[in-house]
Design a protein around this ligand. Sequence first.
Ligand code: GDP
Ligand code: MG
Length: 196
Amino acid sequence: MTNYSHAKFMTSAAEPHQLAPDTGREIAFAGRSNSGKSTAINAITQRTGLARVSRTPGRTQLINFFELAPERRLVYLPGYGFAKVPERVRLHWLQLMEHYFNVRESLVGLMLIVDSRRGLGAQDVTMLEWILAQDRSVHVLLTKADKLNRQDSVRVLRETLAAGADAAISAQLFSAHNKQGIEEARDVMDRWLNQT
Ligand SMILES: Nc1nc2c(ncn2[C@@H]2O[C@H](COP(=O)(O)OP(=O)(O)O)[C@@H](O)[C@H]2O)c(=O)[nH]1
Ligand SMILES: [Mg+2]
């Protein structure tokens, strides 16, 4: 079992040559700006402030690496979908992501962070298809589940699973505010990090 509270910041990469060494295993967190990535990372690691919760969406264009244990990493990918991002920044994001996903041998799974009130959007689906085309595992965290009533949360979970049915993705409801689904997310990550 990984002790997620031992997570510590390693390094940031703005350019391909700055990525952490590609050894061991790592899990990446990706999703739209403002979908709750930082908050989910902080809840899973129980480390408030490990990943900064952003006031200004769309600003982080860095890949942030956190060490969970020796040779085990959590990777925070820059968010997408923020309308006000200049074209040059968006292209840089695209190049960095293409490079990361194409080269990264230690990447064992992607946590796709999706606001449960929005559900899977077009850009999430593009990301999903991209990752699945490379035969990598995806688990969708439907965040901010505290904002939905029971009926709506069940519906969005069902729709998400249906959208990924061909590829057998997994998905769950998650709320950092209600501490809902944190153990379930850690279990998925443990499986990916420790599979033999
Ligand atoms: N109600 C609620 N709000 C959340 C939750 N997780 C994140 N948020 C809010 O959503 C906004 C964006 O969160 P953040 O983690 O910075 O998203 P990021 O841009 O994907 O890293 C912030 O205002 C958070 O407080 C949650 O579980 N419940
Ligand atoms: Mg963030």
